[in-house]
Design a protein around this ligand. Structure first.
Ligand code: AGP
Length: 610
């Protein structure tokens, strides 16, 4: 997730653009840049790292320009660097583009543009947009050049473009990534990814809809469909204050990120599945596909929530590929005495890509010359750089310390890796197609779960005074139970244990009485009956049962005190849905208790110490 901004009007553009970028810092912090007209000549200044680096660079510059663009980056393609920072320009440095999103077919476009003589300066996908526009802008106005360029683009974009040839114009377009038009006054406008960047200047906005384009000049603005059809929009007034705007109107980043999970799944899948072939395309694994065909064992190393994603991944990989898979806490893996199996691969899962224990585990594997892979969200992070190959989550920064959308994305990505490995072995095309088809339905299904958030809040209120919870599940639901217990602990500070349901009678049952809520992850899967009988044991000890169950399960009503239903899906994909009520349960209990939800006590977003 990046942040774009553009200004056109009768004031100095630079201070307004910088103020807007500052309000969008939470959207990305890999680099930042601006494009302005300095005596009508396009000038681009951009710096790697935090926004302050760009501000410092600009202190020594005085550019009087009444229009311009700005960008704050969360890298997806191309490591964070001055060069890869936006804005990007065409060959002549006369067109500047800022882009939020992913161009899925950028390599193909890059090859064609190079064959037309275009010279590329960066490794990013976004730069191709500037050259596509350049190709067309020779003969048509900027908005037509943008329209024509975008006809060739596959993927997602929220973008804005300026050109030296038409310095009093900004063209913006939206497909899959938000773009908001701010109306400051007649002849003075802002365009941005986020209301947060606009609020300091105006509350009057228009949200562009999918496949719409805005043409903005000092004479006014026009919004139409990318296919040329006219759109009509009424401006609306934003009531949020700035803090709410950064959180998308939610009380906390954690809730915002949970509510983003339908988009998170789409972003994690974008450009990576080919349904008709039952195929998975993971660009970051292309160089090691031959090696992956030969591996005979997989070690998954991670910490915390990522570790639980790894546990679920191990079931998935063994189920779909037959490759023996071991999961270890990275903090323990690094002390293994026996040498690792040479024909194995070590897969690290890490949202931040900076977790010290996970990095240490990868370094151990590299020392033994094993193939190392990463599932990482932060592009260019240490784990991304020190693993030989890997897959980025592409879900934008996760701000809340409690990992939620990253966990969902990690499950999607590990499923894609399992399908890829399975198809390299003997997984039938039909099987792969069945899973891909269901993955593509998950954004809507997870939406059904999110729509029950008020009901889950009510459940949290019922158990507000509980001092202990036990979370149970079997097979793939066991790591989900572990994750639910971790969420409860880390943000509501209430003691919670995650346990294999089958272990209840081997001890923990002694804990159960009416004061210990039992949260059971019990979808209608291959171990439903066994888990159900564990619940009967707990019920017989007056345990209060909160069940996460499959929609239309009538049997569970016999034993559960409270039920949250999730839509039916494939057994191997249930964790992506069953974890969501647990994330929300922990969130609402923490909210009732007045906890510091986004920054819980004693914890850090990235544990870079051992
Ligand atoms: C999860 O909510 C915690 N924030 C923590 O367990 C986290 O998952 C763990 O520290 C691993 O972080 P990483 O994914 O950035 O490596």
């Amino acid at each position: 997730m990046c942040g774009i901004i553009g200004y056109i009007g009768n004031k100095q553009a630079l201070p307004i653009i910088l103020e807007g970028l500052k309000r969008m810092e939470y959207r990305g912090y890999d680099s930042a840049g601006v494009a302005l007209f300095n005596q009508e000549k396009l000038e681009v200044i951009k710096k790697q790292g935090k926004f302050i680096n760009l501000q410092n660079e600009l202190k020594s510059r005085s550019i009087t320009s009444s229009s311009g663009l700005g960008h704050i980056r969360w890298a997806t393609h191309g490591e964070p660097s001055d060069l890869n920072a936006h804005p990007h320009t065409d060959c002549q440095n006369k067109i500047a583009v800022v882009h939020n999103g992913i161009i899925e077919n950028y390599q193909e476009l890059k090859r064609w543009l190079a064959s037309q003589g275009h010279q590329f300066k960066t490794k990013t996908d976004s730069e191709v947009i500037a050259h596509l526009i350049e190709e067309r802008n020779k003969t048509v106005p900027l908005e037509e050049a943008v329209r024509g360029a975008l006809n060739h683009v596959k993927g997602a974009y929220g973008l804005a473009v300026i050109s030296e040839k038409e310095p009093d114009k900004i063209v913006a377009a939206r497909l899959g990534s938000p773009v908001v038009l701010g109306i400051i006054s007649q002849g003075e406008y802002l365009i941005a990814s986020d209301v947060a960047a606009i609020l300091p200047f105006t509350r009057e906005v228009i949200f562009l809809e999918e496949s719409e384009m805005a043409i903005i000049t000092k004479q006014g603005y026009k919004i139409n469909k990318l296919n040329g059809a006219v759109s009509c929009h009424q401006p609306q007034q934003i009531e949020w204050d700035l803090d709410e705007a950064e959180k998308g109107g939610y009380d906390h980043f954690m809730l915002k990120e949970i509510m983003e999970e339908p988009e998170t799944i789409k972003a994690s899948l974008r450009g990576r599945v080919v349904l008709e072939e039952g195929g998975v395309k993971l660009g970051g694994l292309i160089d090691v596909l031959e090696q992956l065909k030969k591996i005979e064992r997989i070690y998954i190393v991670a910490c915390g929530t990522a570790h639980y994603a790894g546990r679920i991944g191990s079931y998935l990989i063994e189920n779909l590929t037959g490759i023996p898979t071991e999961v270890e806490y990275a903090s323990e893996f690094r002390y293994r005495e026996k040498p690792l199996d040479k024909k194995s691969v070590v897969l690290a899962i890490s949202q931040s890509g900076e977790t010290a224990d996970t990095l240490a585990a990868i370094r151990l594997a590299n020392q033994q010359d094993l193939l190392t892979l990463g599932i990482v969200n932060a592009v260019g992070s240490s784990i991304a750089r020190e693993t030989k190959a890997g897959v980025y989550n592409h879900i934008g920064p996760e701000i809340a310390v409690a990992s939620t959308k990253a966990f969902v994305s990690q499950l999607v990505v590990v499923t894609l890796i399992a399908i890829l490995l399975g198809r390299q072995r003997n997984m039938p095309k039909a099987k792969a197609q069945e899973i891909i088809k269901e993955l593509l339905k998950l954004p809507d299904k997870i939406e059904d779960v999110l729509n029950q958030k008020e009901k889950i809040e009510e459940i949290a209120k019922v158990y507000e005074s509980a001092n202990d919870f036990i979370f149970i599940g079997r097979k793939l639901s066991y790591p989900v139970a572990l994750e639910g217990a971790l969420k409860m602990k880390e943000i509501s500070y209430v003691h919670a244990e995650g346990y294999p349901a089958g272990e209840l009678k081997h001890g923990p049952l002694a804990l159960i009485d009416q004061t210990w809520p039992v949260v059971a992850v019990i979808p209608q899967d291959s171990v439903y009956d066994k888990t159900f009988s564990n619940l009967e044991e707990a019920k017989a000890r007056q345990g209060q049962i909160i069940a996460i169950a499959t929609a239309n399960d009538e049997e569970i009503k016999r034993i559960a005190d409270r039920i949250v239903y999730v839509p039916k899906t494939l057994e191997i994909l249930y964790p992506i849905l069953t974890v969501v009520p647990l994330q929300l349960l922990a969130y609402y209990l923490a909210k009732i208790k007045g906890r510091d939800i986004d920054q819980p006590r004693n914890l850090a977003k990235s544990v870079t110490v051992e």
